[in-house]
Write a protein that binds this ligand. Sequence first.
Ligand SMILES: [Fe+2]
Length: 188
Amino acid sequence: MAVLRIPDENQTITDPKAIAKYLSAIGIHYEQWEPAHVMAEDAPEEEVLETYADEIEKLKESGGYITADVIDVNPKTPNLEAMLAKFDREHWHDEDEVRFIIQGRGLFHIKPSQGPVVAIEVAAGDLIRVPRGTRHWFNLCGEREIRAIRLFQDAAGWTPRYTDSGVDKGYEPVCLGPQYIPSQPSKN
Ligand SMILES: [Fe+2]
């Protein structure tokens, strides 16, 4: 369940349609895939990609994406801090950042070209597409766990380009949605 906040305006939106509408106005595509497919939490990457093959194919066609993979991040991920530190400062990419969340949750901050900073908390069932060139940064929530399908137009393009604006320091990475509780120990 996604939660959208506009911290500078003390505004919070939880209705998925209203979230999609707000984000659309600043160029961010958001939708919920319902019903999400049922899978074991530790289903291997191949099974995840196979299970979501139809949805992935549609996305590839609509956005020119050529590859998909599954990213797993949790407290046992090696070098977790270093990995997170790459993305928690304002940056942009030469290609879209497309994530479909399967498990866990995370927090994108978007700095639109016009208008206030938006914090969008994404969880299982949420698809978000941050277009190339959009300024943004990303944090995990307290439980530090997320599993997501990623799509790429060109894997080489997905390199953070930092703005060093410092704008990210003005926003607390606060998550408001339900905490993710794994039903079984992570295998990693
Ligand atoms: Fe990014």
